[in-house]
Design a protein around this ligand. Structure first.
Ligand code: GTP
Length: 336
């Protein structure tokens, strides 16, 4: 089975982190996010991944080259301009020969794709959309289904009094190849706004596969922080880290007078100075230096970050090579 991963949006909601890289490459527990997606798909018998690249493709191709990832073949499908979610898949059409998966490149989920495929076949669906519950559906595109799980209606950002379902499009699809005929070539086109509603209007069999499994769209700084925090606290079945763990990488030194509260992940070649307080969940990338007396709480540092003496960081994301001055006090910030 083949899967297309959409890794082409500009990632505006994750700025400034996406000025220097793409959303799919931001580190999660010190590894590129997309590594987790590769592993997830390969665990569900995907043997070829087509990366639909619409924005800064070099960030991905330079890193992965033509390497086989986990025994999965990687194929690049590069757009000259971002073509939208469906346009990007149309651009990848020469690589698609049968029923295929599509995944937004900013979704982390434990959803059982193998079971979803079984559901898709049993229902005779042309498109199956994974659905996930949210507390407040008014900010999302809601998907209504009937008691046979067939999609009845898409409702974009419903007003509170119009809410009839809290299930939203989870950004994971199973699609029959013939659906590509509904997507024009060379035109910006979206699954969510163009392809699925028109297929529904033509009474096409579109089904919703509801799941309560772990799911997050990590496309904003808050959600990106939450994903890292959730994985450190053992909320996904895909990561073995537990809330009580403190893990320090090779050649890293932690001063005996530093105080560490789990969960904490420190990569290699870091220095944690005297009197430093690290209050987990905290992730520290390779080559970071935390100078004496600094406090870091619920934050992520990418690589080669230096934190000045007595500085205090809370709920922060600090991109690679940043320098935080002595005595700085920073809360809820994304610094790149
Ligand atoms: P924001 O600008 O922050 O909203 O992010 P985004 O541009 O990535 O858009 P959004 O999160 O709505 O996109 C959902 C998924 O589709 C993401 O994984 C995007 O990378 C991907 N995507 C969106 N537009 C395109 C496109 O034109 N081409 C490709 N290949 N992927 C796209």
């Amino acid at each position: 089975m083949k899967a297309v991963i959409l890794v082409g949006g500009e990632g505006t909601r994750l700025r400034p982190l996406t000025y220097s890289t793409v959303k799919a490459m931001v580190p999660v527990l010190n590894k590129p996010f997309i590594d987790y997606v590769f592993r997830y798909l390969s665990n569900h018998d995907v043997n070829e991944i087509i990366l639909a690249l619409g924005y800064k493709p070099d960030c991905i191709t330079d890193y992965f080259g033509d390497a086989n990832q986990l025994g999965v073949r990687l194929v690049y499908s590069v757009e000259t301009d971002p073509m939208g979610t469906a346009g990007a898949v149309k651009n990848a059409e020469p690589h698609i020969d049968d029923t295929f998966f599509v995944m937004n490149g900013d979704i982390f989920t434990d959803l059982n794709l193998t079971d979803m495929l079984r559901f898709h076949k049993n229902k005779g669906a042309k498109v199956t959309i994974a659905l996930t519950p949210v507390e407040d559906p008014t900010r999302f595109g809601v998907v209504e289904t009937d008691n046979q799980k067939r999609v009845k209606r898409f409702v974009e950002k419903p007003k509170r009094e119009q809410v009839t379902s809290n299930m939203i499009n989870a950004g994971v699809y199973i699609i029959e190849r013939e659906i590509l005929n509904r997507i024009p070539k060379g035109k910006r086109f979206m699954f969510e706004h163009d392809v699925f509603p028109s297929l529904l209007a033509d009474r096409g069999p579109v089904f919703g596969y509801a799941t309560e499994d772990y799911w997050i769209d990590m496309g904003t700084p808050e959600k990106y922080l939450q994903l890292n925090r959730d994985l450190l606290c053992g909320k996904s079945t895909q990561v073995a880290f537990k809330a009580g763990d403190i893990c320090v990488g090779k050649r890293s030194s932690v001063n005996p007078q530093a105080k560490l509260t789990a969960p904490i992940l420190v990569d290699s070649d870091c220095i944690v100075g005297k009197g430093v307080q690290v209050k987990g969940p905290v992730i520290i990338g390779a080559g970071c230096k935390i100078n004496n007396g600094a406090t870091i709480e619920n934050s992520i540092l990418w690589q080669d970050v230096t934190i000045g003496e007595q500085a205090v960081l809370k709920d922060c994301i600090i991109a690679s090579n940043s320098y935080i001055e002595n005595n700085a006090c920073i809360e809820c910030a994304t610094i790149a």
